[in-house]
Design a protein around this ligand. Structure first.
Ligand code: PLP
Length: 388
């Protein structure tokens, strides 16, 4: 049995020891209901408040702008559906987004489109996967009064391509249109100063930066009003009903505190190991190409096509040798369809079909990368032989 090498950080990251300890303490010692008025409830409320402050510090926003949810998917749905609901009955029925979004946004948009609840404008992008700013600008120029929301991601989970967030946000702001940014692959890993960023609603998820799964945040400016989608109690200032996931929120707070230090140390921001992985794999696997290579990319994501091979087969052989990676988004691995994101970038279906995402974390070491290159080359050679 080989030592496992995790190259799947865009799918999830390992909860840190501090996160696990904080969650255990929350379960054992602070299990009150934050809405209760007695001391146990007040203790629990205090923990939620502290976690909110930690997240606010990480994202450079105010605590009152942080709303806890069950993760990135809920935050994105809340932003999109909540804003459209707020404008219900008025002229703002357009949602502008792109085919390159994570399914949390893309499927939500398709669902609303199918049900006639929104008109969706799918913005064009270049072959590397960067949204066409001119197309956005003309859409905003022509239809600003009809657009409820622009929703575009900060960094793509499959290719790592980073969007020109400032430029998008400034155009939206000039047009008086709200901008939601799915920052799940960015927040907690790279500097983010919310107060100076032209984004109105921002989605982040705890498990992408060593926090627990099932907890995330929607950061919202006071001016970005939206309707609650989970209607129940008055929690989260009446924007998201339901008793708070206290251990999850406390774990997220602990992860946020550690993330501040990790970002300061630049632990996610060096591309040295990713470049070493790409160079090694390209040198050892004839025909391999890097998808999205020409665009600005996350320093920890490598999406590599092995034309002629099936990504699923590659993942199985890699897994046997202890290298964990993904094909397309994690939630679509196991399906035989090629990634819709790669197809939308104009990548040929057979090339998309043979594309594997390797995503590094702040914990990945050079020794792991060197060993991964060996195992990837061996898997590639084995599968190529079985193809002839
Ligand atoms: N958005 C992006 C870009 C993601 O990568 C993910 C998760 O992979 C999500 C949204 C969904 O987040 P969650 O898993 O917390 O629901």
């Amino acid at each position: 049995m080989h030592d496992a090498i995790d190259l799947d950080a865009n799918a999830t990251t390992r909860p840190s020891a501090a996160v696990v300890a904080a969650m255990r303490e929350a379960l054992e010692a602070h299990w009150g209901n934050p809405s209760s008025v007695h001391r146990r409830g007040m203790e629990a409320r205090h923990r939620v408040d502290l976690a909110r402050e930690s997240v606010a510090k990480l994202l450079g926003c105010r605590s009152r702008e942080v709303l806890f949810t069950s993760g990135g998917t809920e935050s994105a749905n809340l932003a999109i559906r909540g804003v459209l609901d707020r404008f219900r009955g008025g002229p703002r029925r357009v949602l502008a987004t792109s085919r390159l979004e994570h399914s949390a946004v893309r499927e939500c948009a398709e669902h609303l489109e199918r049900r006639g609840e929104a008109e969706v404008v799918w913005l064009p992008h270049d072959a590397a996967g960067v949204v066409d700013l001119d197309a956005l600008e003309s859409l905003l120029g022509e239809r600003s009064q009809e657009i409820a929301l622009v929703s575009l991601m900060w960094a793509n989970n499959e290719t790592g391509v980073v969007a020109p967030v400032e430029a998008i946000g400034e155009r939206c702001r000039d047009a008086g249109v709200l901008f939601h940014c799915d920052a799940v692959q960015w927040a907690g890993r790279h500097p983010l100063e919310w107060s100076g960023t032209p984004v109105d609603l921002l989605t982040a998820s705890g498990h992408k930066f060593h926090g627990p799964k099932g907890v995330g945040v929607l950061v919202a400016r006071g001016s970005a009003r939206f309707e609650a989608q989970l209607v129940g109690g008055p929690q989260e200032r009446e924007r998201r009903g339901g008793t708070e996931n206290l251990p999850g929120i406390v774990g997220l707070g602990a992860a946020a505190e550690e993330a501040v230090r990790s970002i300061e140390a630049g632990r996610w921001s060096s591309s040295i190991l990713r470049d070493r992985l790409e160079a090694g794999v390209l040198a050892r696997c004839p025909g391999a190409v890097v998808n999205g290579a020409t665009a600005p990319r996350l320093p920890t994501t490598a999406n590599i096509a092995f034309p002629g091979l099936e990504a699923e087969a590659m993942l199985v052989v890699l897994s046997e040798s202890g290298v964990y990676a993904s094909a397309g988004a994690a939630c679509s691995s196991g399906s035989l369809d090629p990634s819709p994101v790669l197809l939308a970038m104009g990548i040929a279906p057979d090339v998309a079909h043979g594309s594997v995402r390797f995503s590094l974390s702040d914990l990945t070491t050079a020794a792991e990368i060197d060993e991964a290159i060996e195992r990837i080359a061996a898997a590639h050679a084995r599968l190529s032989r079985s193809m002839v």
